[in-house]
Design a protein around this ligand. Structure first.
Ligand code: NAD
Length: 363
């Protein structure tokens, strides 16, 4: 039995999380696996009810679980709070840090039926199937920072700090993942300008000898940003530091049509965290307009990375593919000639497709 901490959070979170659970329940029946779900508060919902974004009982539940499934946090209601109290900074960053989640995995995979929903030309995005491995607990977001008054105004700085150990563990993880895919690793840095990037590149160069079956390419981050929209099919696994990864993974997300299609996994500790790449989407929250597929695909990543249920994960992904091939869309991925459905209806369709296909394969 696997224990799952369920943290719906804010905005569209409480709408999309039940759809992922619906699909997990079907997996449970079809593959004879038991999941136990325990729900807890996080983000703005936790601020409202408990006075803090990450209450101790939520953290304790995460520690006691085998994996965490998170909807999203934040929204306009809490935007005016001081930075250190806001849902993202006060809930997500400490949660990732406390769980020791140093790697964020974000796939950008183009489901063929969605080629029309991409802002790029079909011939450019066709064949996109990449995974960004982003370092999550070091670099610019965690280095020393300061803002202070000077005689003429103010001065502010942030520092990008990396140690050999931090780089080694994320790069090793990326090599291991590349081995399970097409064995091509692109290491992204800014080694022509940044000292921390030079250490990054030297470390990759040293480690690559241990993975002779993986091809390594180094790329500057500015070039990578351009290549992602020019020829995304050249990438398999991209490994990069925190800030570059934050920006590149959002850029990569639109290749495949919508933020509502991109799952993510934060791994590295005993308990991993799975959440959609997008935020709480306050503009559409509470209207059954949110795309639940990123959440459902995040649950599929949980099956694969936390529970090693690769077959069940692949079955969920292919159920999503078939629902899209049948022409069903949420509004964010709509294109003329397709059928718009709401959040819960999309979850039902994936569940039905999963049940149909799995029964057929088993019979
Ligand atoms: P957002 O990702 O919430 O929304 C950006 C756009 O993408 C919106 O138009 C939204 O409708 C759309 N979108 C996102 N997910 C979607 C889905 N599943 N289906 C359909 N459309 C979807 O980003 P934002 O507007 O910059 O931020 C809104 C709030 O979310 C802020 O409070 C921010 O702090 C928070 N946020 C949280 C997380 C997280 O929980 N991990 C991440 C990013 C932003």
């Amino acid at each position: 039995m696997y224990k799952i901490a369920v943290l719906p959070g804010d905005g569209i979170g409480p709408e999309i999380v039940p759809e992922a659970i619906k699909v997990l329940e079907a997996v449970s029946r079809l593959y004879d696996i038991e999941f136990q779900y325990t729900e807890a508060l996080i983000g703005g919902a936790a601020i409202d009810k408990r006075g803090q974004a990450l209450p101790p009982e939520t953290l304790e539940l995460c520690y006691q679980s085998d994996a965490v499934l998170l909807g999203s946090v934040g929204g306009p209601k809490w935007d005016t709070l001081p930075a250190e109290k806001r849902p993202e900074t006060a809930a997500l960053l400490p949660l990732r840090k406390k769980l020791g989640l140093y790697a964020n995995l974000r796939p950008a995979y183009l489901f063929a039926p969605l080629a029309e929903a991409s802002p790029l030309k079909k011939e450019v995005v066709s064949g996109t199937d990449l995974l960004i491995v982003r370092e999550l607990t070091g670099g610019l977001y965690f280095g020393e920072k300061k803002r202070e008054k000077t005689v003429t105004g103010e001065v502010a700085y942030d520092t990008m700090v990396y140690t050999t150990e931090e780089i080694e563990r994320i790069v090793r993880l990326a090599f291991t993942i590349a081995r399970q895919r097409r064995r091509h690793l692109t290491s992204v840095d800014k080694a022509n300008v940044l000292t921390s990037s030079r250490l990054w590149r030297d470390t990759v160069e040293r480690l690559k000898n241990e993975y002779p079956d993986v091809t390594v390419t180094h790329m500057y981050v500015d070039n990578c940003a351009m290549q992602l929209v020019r020829r995304p099919d050249q990438f398999d696994v991209i490994v990069t530091e925190n800030t570059f990864g934050d920006i590149l993974s959002d850029q990569a997300s639109v290749l495949t049509g919508s933020l509502g299609m991109i799952p993510s996994a934060s791994i590295g500790g005993r308990v991993a965290l799975y959440e959609p790449a997008g935020g709480s989407a306050p503009d559409i929250a509470g209207q059954q307009k949110a795309n639940p597929l990123a959440m459902i695909l995040s649950a599929a990543m949980m099956l694969k990375y936390s529970f090693k249920l690769d077959q069940a994960a692949a079955a969920v992904e292919s159920a999503v593919d078939r629902v899209l091939a049948e022409g069903y869309r949420t509004q964010d991925i709509y294109s003329p000639g397709t059928k718009v459905v709401g959040t819960a209806a999309m979850g039902d369709l994936v569940r039905q497709e999963l049940e149909r296909e799995t029964r057929w394969k088993k019979s």
